[in-house]
Design a protein around this ligand. Structure first.
Ligand code: SF4
Length: 354
């Protein structure tokens, strides 16, 4: 058995829809963040040292160089030949629409790039940006919007200086899905002041608003952050590995099967990670989640509520390769079902470099 026997992974979902392995290549396009430069706030989220999720380190490389190194890294562990350009670092919609269009199109001109995944904040996504992304879908590209929500509790978001609340998320989530843009939402377990009841409510809130993919992360403490000071002062206590695994499994069980997991844990490099130490061992945590679900005899969706509000997007990404090698989307195809297990389950997609 593998983790993908218990969880509907993003990799499985892409394989089922497109008939081949598709991986994300994580990119740093040189954006900043309105919660750092003063537009929304100063200092950023208390846990944020962006190099903790920037695969390219402090040195800014060209997109071409990042694609090359991403392809080489992925080739070591998978035979994927097609990729999504994953705009990951900082706030990847924080520019004029014309500039965004030029940047995204630059990525999509690569011969093996079949779409985009754009990570951003909920308060930084205008209707014009959503129209731009929806337009790429109409051209046949795979497009995902990734929103960092982290918690559905405004008080928790204030506590970490997030600079936005649930309402901004709700508005963008609804507007994106109304345009047929699939949405992946990021949630953090272990936010200061939160416990299991908060995690459950955050997940249920996101499900009720409507979502297509999820990323779960443990909150980890990295150098040069406010959270690092709080941790040193004994004001913040990270989750234990066992507690994270237990809580992540609870959320996985509550998540309907048609929703794909893009990630069920997160890591930081050892040179900046302060705590918890187990956050540097991705496979150890993934294996722990698999073993816990096996021990429970459960899997994703076994405790999900059934609700129309939690249905998949009406416009579902069903795609077939076209002669030009791009992916064409077939709207409302009869194949547009939820969780499907491909002949060769691909679990690596939830292990991308986010
Ligand atoms: S919104 Fe993202 S990039 Fe901006 S400060 Fe928070 S975690 Fe960092």
């Amino acid at each position: 058995m593998a983790l993908s026997d218990y969880i509907h992974t993003f990799g499985q979902s892409l394989f089922a829809l497109h008939g081949e392995r598709i991986h994300k290549i994580a990119l740093d396009a040189g954006f900043t963040c309105p919660n750092r430069d003063g537009a929304k706030g100063i200092g950023g989220c208390t846990f944020c040292n962006n190099s903790s999720f920037n695969p390219n380190g402090p040195e800014q490389k060209t997109l071409e160089a990042q694609f090359d190194s991403g392809r080489r890294a992925i080739a070591k562990r998978t035979r994927a030949k097609k990729f999504l350009a994953y705009f990951q670092a900082y706030t990847n919609t924080y520019a004029e629409v014309k500039e965004l269009d030029a940047l995204y199109r630059q990525a999509m001109t690569q011969h093996d790039i079949v779409g985009l995944s754009v990570g951003t904040r909920p308060d930084c996504v205008s209707g014009a940006v959503l129209d731009l992304l929806a337009g790429y879908r109409d051209e046949g590209f795979i497009v995902w919007l990734e929103l960092g929500l982290q918690s559905a509790f405004d008080e928790s978001l204030r506590r970490v200086n997030r600079g936005h609340g649930l309402q901004e998320y709700r508005e963008v989530a609804v507007a994106a899905r109304q345009r047929g843009i699939p949405l992946c939402t990021h949630l953090i377990l272990g936010m200061p002041g939160e416990d299991a009841s908060h995690y459950h409510t955050s997940l249920d809130t996101v499900l009720d608003i409507g979502v297509d993919g999820l990323k779960l992360h443990p909150l980890h403490v990295v150098k040069h952050t406010v959270l690092a000071s709080q941790w040193r002062n004994g004001e913040y206590h990270p989750l234990s590995r066992e507690e994270y695994i237990r809580q992540a499994c609870n959320l996985i069980e509550r998540t309907p099967e048609h929703i794909s997991f893009h990630r069920v844990t997160g890591t930081a490099s050892k040179d900046i990670l302060l705590a918890p130490e187990w956050c540097s061992q991705k496979w150890n945590v993934l294996n722990g989640i698999e073993h816990e679900l096996a021990r429970r005899g459960s899997r994703q969706g076994c405790r999900a509520h059934d609700s129309a509000a939690r249905a998949p997007l009406p416009k579902t990404d069903i795609a077939a390769p076209s002669p030009d090698g791009k992916i064409k989307i077939l709207i409302n195809s009869k194949n547009a079902t939820g969780c499907q297990t491909p002949p060769n389950p691909v679990e690596e997609e939830i292990l991308d470099a986010a």
